[in-house]
Design a protein around this ligand. Sequence first.
Ligand SMILES: Cc1cc2nc3c(=O)[nH]c(=O)nc-3n(C[C@H](O)[C@H](O)[C@H](O)COP(=O)(O)OP(=O)(O)OC[C@H]3O[C@@H](n4cnc5c(N)ncnc54)[C@H](O)[C@@H]3O)c2cc1C
Ligand SMILES: *[C@@H]1O[C@H](CO)[C@@H](O)[C@H](O)[C@H]1NC(C)=O
Ligand SMILES: *[C@@H]1O[C@H](CO)[C@@H](O)[C@H](O)[C@H]1NC(C)=O
Ligand SMILES: *[C@@H]1O[C@H](CO)[C@@H](O)[C@H](O)[C@H]1NC(C)=O
Ligand SMILES: *[C@@H]1O[C@H](CO)[C@@H](O)[C@H](O)[C@H]1NC(C)=O
Length: 672
Amino acid sequence: MISQITLCLFLLCQLVLAKIKTNHFEDDEATVSIEDSVYAHPQSCELFCDNDSIKKQNLTGIPGRSLVIEAMLRTPMLQLHQSDPDILSILQDRYDLPKGFKGPLVEYDFIVVGAGSAGCVLASRLSDGRKASVLLLEAGKGESLFTGVPALAPLFQQTEYIWPYLMEHQPGVCMGMKNERCYWPRGKAVGGTSVVNYMIYSRGLPEDWDRIAADGNYGWSYKEILPFYMKSERANLKGLSDSHWHGRNGELTVEDVPFRSKLSKAFLDAAKLLGHRKVDYNSPDGFGFSYIQATINKGVRMSSAKAFLHKHKNRRNLHILPKSRVTKILINPTTKTAYGVEFHRDGRLYQIKAKKEVILSAGPIESPHLLMLSGVGPRSHLASLDIPVIHDLKVGETLYDHISFPGLAFTLNSTRLTITAKNIATIQNALSLMQYGDGPMTTLAGVETVGYIKTNISEEVGDYPDIEIIGSCASIATDNGQLVAKGLQLANWLYNDVYKPIENIESFTVIPMLLHPKSRGYLKLKSKNPFEQPALYGNYLQHPKDTATLIASIRHIQKLINTPPFQKYGAKLSTRKFPNCKQTLFDSDAYWECAIRTMTATLHHQISTCKMGPASDPSAVVDPELRVYGIKNLRVIDSSVIPKTTAAHTNAPAIMIGEKGAYMIKNTWGLD
Ligand SMILES: Cc1cc2nc3c(=O)[nH]c(=O)nc-3n(C[C@H](O)[C@H](O)[C@H](O)COP(=O)(O)OP(=O)(O)OC[C@H]3O[C@@H](n4cnc5c(N)ncnc54)[C@H](O)[C@@H]3O)c2cc1C
Ligand SMILES: *[C@@H]1O[C@H](CO)[C@@H](O)[C@H](O)[C@H]1NC(C)=O
Ligand SMILES: *[C@@H]1O[C@H](CO)[C@@H](O)[C@H](O)[C@H]1NC(C)=O
Ligand SMILES: *[C@@H]1O[C@H](CO)[C@@H](O)[C@H](O)[C@H]1NC(C)=O
Ligand SMILES: *[C@@H]1O[C@H](CO)[C@@H](O)[C@H](O)[C@H]1NC(C)=O
């Protein structure tokens, strides 16, 4: 029996091989198999090696046992896997090369570095129509069944699905984090940060993009980018089925979150009482309050990989290589032309050529990191590390981020209004999610509503928000410090003193996010070892206006909570003081400044490190067509090009940038 099967498989293989054409990317009608000469031949690694991926990994499952995962493992569907030591590998998504290929080839038309939010859509569009061959290189692995569960979103910040970056120590901010350093995790997976994010779908307001265009970035006005948002989108939103502002035929599903707590309604009712409008925040008329629109599909995470790569795993001209870490872009120093990349995979070093272009989609930390390692960056900085300078550009010199304050906790006198790990981790809820795509496990870890406000200290004219406030049905205390606090790397002294005492009381938070910080950060190389993270300088709250705006937003949130919709549940600000702020009067401006400086939390929207700008902008790294200045055949296409802060979380913008980038590249090479 076995041997019969083997024989069958063998014959099948022969058949497949026989069908491969000399032109190995074309469809299968032909006769010749792929010759060895077209395969890339790796070398062994000498100088800097990817030791992490070689060394045997210590897989102990998930740090900080998750009740939700335990509940899922008790369902009949997953029972078989209960004893798997590497829980995250259960039903892990795989990306093998298309049939007949035994390894990566020596050259492709395009090489895309990073299969993140932008990289996935880019690779998918470039390989459409089979006119060009594409190699997509990704340092991370395929997503797991559990990364799909919205309720678990914060968990992955403690796993191998992230790059565990730390911001450099900055006195006076992040004081309540471990070692007083802010944690900047970024996604490391096929799907990138869209595999670990909170799934909030947001685009930014017309004013944001029109300001970007007005700086000389032709093609980036709201009117011009909207079609690219809509192209990807497959919206299924209650009350918006006739909206002109949403796409319905794309691949990226955008839906309402099936589970809603009563607090989400209280949030919108309270906003109404304060005069805020209920809006579609992803329409041009977006200044107001709304339920979250989420990148989920029937209650399960819709990553960029699921949306754009899954259906195309068998495209012969799209080769996807996970666990492949790029360390350098190959650039001819004389002609200043990019011609390939160097990467590490399974402890071996590959060099592969790009006939048309190399595209960096490695995100806002690694795209500038790779540019500098390859000789494109500030001249004196590169020279100080003995990196030969190919082109002097201000790579990494601009870095904006969206900081927030997740420290408010409002307690309630009623029960069953908030989510707690204990009450959502039931077999029934696990089955609801897996079978029907609904129930409490579809919650975006408690995040439910969003509102754009203009604080009373804003100097903007018109309806231009300076703060986004995020409503939720959970607080740092509701998961007993297991997920959110660990995701922030909150120090134990702070958690134990302020949040542990309210673990058994229902509580929720409302988070203000500073939309347009005046402070600006930057990043630099620490060494020329590509495996060492760059030094990240957030420069948070350097400008007094930033602190003042956050304090003003806390006042606004307090007004919101003091309205009847919240008061009928007895919502009350927890008055446990941050122990390091004891010298100030609770609820004074000075107290809130201290608290904000203690829990200065990034919402992970680092941008501008490869800033887009016209030739006249000395701080620009790429032009409005995303081509790196001074280097031929090299573009950056990801969130690092966004030149200014916008009222958006950055996943949808990165996907839009991927769409628009693909369109521009196809134009350049006549591929449409
Ligand atoms: C915890 C968290 C929550 C968030 N929540 C939201 C949210 O709710 N809504 C929202 O809109 N945004 C959210 N964001 C932000 C958003 O997800 C990111 O800004 C967006 O995904 C960035 O897309 P990108 O394409 O620029 O980069 P990424 O998606 O980060 O992609 C970069 C990819 O390149 C790979 N890579 C990097 N270096 C290399 C290398 N040297 N070799 C090979 N591969 C490499 C990485 O592994 C990664 O897969 C969140 C982010 C985090 C971290
Ligand atoms: C990494 O591995 C290489 C080769 O296997 C070895 O020479 C080097 O010392 C290692 N480096 C570190 C930091 O472990
Ligand atoms: C794996 O890690 C755990 C906890 O981090 C540790 O207790 C254990 O000894 C490690 N096992 C190996 C084989 O390194
Ligand atoms: C803004 O509102 C706060 C109270 O909510 C008040 O103390 C402050 O004076 C106001 N500031 C301005 C500039 O109106
Ligand atoms: C909670 O407090 C509010 C306001 O004080 C009150 O109206 C309500 O009855 C209380 N509910 C419970 C269950 O105690």
